[in-house]
Design a binder for this molecule. Structure first.
Ligand SMILES: [Zn+2]
Length: 283
């Protein structure tokens, strides 16, 4: 199937800091930045679509009480005003109600903290991911980086499940994944299952305006460098994962995608290198 080219921007919506060796095997003790990256895509008929939302003020509020405060202590979050998603959209003349859809890669707080800010958006998420998050207790959720207060009160009425979309063959660069869910039934944006980090994590694939294939890979790996060097996360980072074996399988497929002679542009959600490259080269 031929993908149509879509205007796209990568946005950084805050970051957290963490010792590198806690996230990546063989890393240093030094604290490194993990940006929270999201995608802003302009669809020809659906309008503005977000892939994740990064952090928001709602995250700060939700992590005020104990025990949720532990989340903020273990991964200190920085969200200057100019990096807030609403500020960045306003600078582009985009109002919150202009966002028609938010594709949720997975339900971890650093990906869904802004959902409450978009009153008209429909939420596209994996049913497996949503159901599992909703079943978690307050403490169980916290241990898996999920904070229920971040969900809009009317979320259940605004859901579109990825699994209900038709399946399509993927372009040759991503043939190792076989097929993806055609989110708008027009071949514009395909969702790929990347389970392991969480139960129903999804990445998205589309062509940006210069026809380069983009693969937003969420947290299926921490960085492009980790893929190239085959560096898996540490046992400590694994503690929040849903299934380490599935994580390894998704990671191996991503490594195959990265090794393709004309690879898709793989954008992990917390990859500093990807942010540096694309913030200088907005297409
Ligand atoms: Zn995550």
């Amino acid at each position: 199937m031929r993908l149509q080219a879509l205007p796209f921007e990568l946005l950084k919506v805050g970051h957290c800091t963490h010792p590198e060796c806690v996230a990546t095997r063989g890393g240093r003790w030094q604290s490194v930045m993990f940006p929270a990256l999201c995608g802003l895509i302009l669809h020809p008929t659906r309008g503005y679509i977000l892939f994740d939302t990064g952090y928001s003020q709602h995250f700060m509020t939700a992590t005020q009480p104990f025990p949720e405060r532990l989340y903020r202590w273990t991964t200190p979050v920085n969200l200057p005003h100019e990096e807030q998603l609403l500020t960045q959209l306003a600078a582009r003349g985009i109002r919150p109600a202009d966002i028609s859809h938010i594709v949720i890669s997975h339900m971890h707080a650093d990906h869904i903290a802004g959902l409450r800010d978009f009153p008209k958006a429909r939420f596209i998420v994996s049913r497996a991911e949503y159901d599992q998050a909703r079943r978690m207790s307050r403490l169980g959720g916290l241990l898996h980086a999920f904070l229920p207060p971040l969900l809009p009160d009317d979320m259940a009425d605004r859901l579109d499940f990825v699994e209900d979309a038709p399946m399509r063959k993927l372009p040759p660069e991503l043939s190792m994944f076989d097929s993806g869910f055609d989110l708008f039934n027009d071949g514009s944006i395909l969702a790929l299952p990347l389970p392991g980090h969480s139960r129903g994590q999804m990445g998205v694939v589309f062509k940006r305006a210069d026809h380069r294939l983009v693969f937003m890979a969420a947290d299926a790996c921490w960085s492009r460098q980790a893929l190239v060097e085959n560096k898996l996360p540490t046992v400590f980072a694994n503690r929040i994962f849903d299934h380490v074996g599935n994580y390894r399988r998704s990671f191996t497929l991503l490594r195959e995608a990265a090794a393709h002679p004309e690879p898709a542009l793989i954008l992990p959600s917390h990859c500093e290198q990807s942010w540096k490259e694309l913030s200088n080269d907005i297409k």
